[in-house]
Design a protein around this ligand. Structure first.
Ligand code: HEC
Ligand code: HEC
Ligand code: HEC
Ligand code: HEC
Ligand code: HEC
Length: 224
């Protein structure tokens, strides 16, 4: 009897296995890197902006309300970064009659040069987005801000940041943690933009009841 012979093609088997193993290792690396890059778990992400605009100064020290600049946050899905015009209320390089302003706040500061350039050219300032969800996720600011969720729950202490950074994970499990049990995160309307406010015991439960807030964990809430 002849000894059993492995068919010819099995000679290529070791190469095939090696190939699969390499592919597998590559796959693990790609998934590992993708899962931890600044787009997904980007806590701390803090790009340098075209103007050294400080929330610590404007929202913290000067106590300007967030809605002075982010005017759509309680009306629309998007919070909208302010147009140059908003800054010019205080920092205009020109008087209403067109003459050069010497009285506006820090009008001669070097930090204002990009603002003056934008004013002169009429072009917007290209602020760099800090928080950015993938396109397949639906998010809505007004749905939160009008339902008792304060800015601080999702953006941290912006009023202490010279340069904005991402304070929370913005992952699906982070969204769901709150959606399952929003009560501890809710506050009365007058404290939505008060970042150092800590809700009183029972406040969240009262807001839940008054606004009829439900726990929304259906996939279609965020993926439509
Ligand atoms: C004087 C105007 C002004 C005020 C007041 C202000 N902001 Fe802003 N905000 C800006 C500008 C300009 C940017 C874009 C540049 C930057 O990121 O620093 C911005 C960016 C942000 C971002 C990051 C947006 C992104 O790209 O993801 C958040 C979050 C934010 N502001 C929250 C707040 C909160 C919360 C308050 C109130 C405590 C507030 N802002 C008050 C002008 C303002
Ligand atoms: C309601 C008035 C007001 C508005 C609106 C405002 N600022 Fe200011 N800003 C101030 C004041 C006041 C100071 C100076 C505070 C100090 O030096 O004590 C200041 C300081 C600054 C500085 C620091 C200048 C330096 O040399 O230290 C920058 C930069 C600046 N603002 C940019 C902006 C930008 C960009 C916007 C629009 C998104 C804006 N500001 C909107 C009032 C305002
Ligand atoms: C429930 C969480 C949550 C709350 C509450 C919240 N934000 Fe946001 N904010 C986000 C997320 C998530 C993004 C990124 C949205 C995207 O990429 O589509 C964002 C983006 C922003 C932006 C960038 C512009 C935009 O709309 O993408 C600004 C400015 C901002 N938020 C300001 C505020 C202010 C001011 C408040 C309070 C009045 C606030 N946010 C409350 C989660 C929140
Ligand atoms: C700190 C708590 C909190 C966090 C974090 C949070 N949400 Fe919400 N979300 C709420 C509450 C409260 C409501 C209002 C539910 C209601 O109307 O009864 C809501 C409502 C919504 C709605 C509107 C639902 C509707 O039927 O109109 C969407 C969409 C949504 N959230 C998406 C998100 C996404 C996406 C994230 C994460 C990026 C997120 N939320 C993070 C508390 C939160
Ligand atoms: C409260 C909002 C919310 C709800 C409800 C929700 N998701 Fe998501 N989902 C997100 C966010 C935010 C991301 C993006 C996470 C990221 O960028 O890392 C995401 C990402 C995903 C992804 C992409 C893979 C990943 O993990 O990044 C899938 C698939 C997904 N969701 C499926 C679902 C399914 C199925 C349900 C219902 C059981 C669901 N989601 C309910 C917010 C939500």
């Amino acid at each position: 009897m002849d000894r059993f012979h492995f068919p010819e093609w099995t000679n290529r088997l070791p190469a095939l296995i090696l190939g699969l193993l390499t592919f597998g290792a590559g796959y693990v690396v790609v998934v590992g890197v993708y899962g931890t890059t600044p787009r997904t778990i980007n806590v701390g992400y803090s790009p340098k902006q075209p103007i050294e605009f400080s929330h610590k100064l404007h929202a913290g020290t000067l106590k300007m309300d967030c809605r002075y600049c982010h005017t759509t946050v309680d009306k629309a899905a998007f919070a909208a970064v302010p147009p140059t015009k908003t800054c010019l209320n205080c920092h205009s390089a020109a008087n209403p009659d067109g003459s050069v302003s010497t009285s506006a706040i820090h009008v001669k500061s070097e930090k204002m040069l990009p603002l003056h350039r934008a004013q002169a050219s009429g072009e917007g300032i290209e602020w760099i987005k800090v928080h950015d969800l993938p396109d397949f996720v639906y998010f809505n600011h007004s749905a939160h801000v009008n339902r008792g969720v304060g800015c601080v729950s999702c953006h941290g202490r912006i009023d202490k940041m010279d340069q904005v950074y991402q304070a929370e994970e913005l992952s699906m499990s982070w969204c769901l943690d709150c959606h399952r049990n929003p009560e501890p995160h809710l506050r009365r309307d007058e404290f939505i933009t008060v970042l150092d406010y800590v809700p009183e015991p029972g406040e969240g439960a009262a807001v839940m009841a008054e606004k009829g807030i439900y726990s929304s964990t259906n996939c279609s809430t965020c993926h439509r």
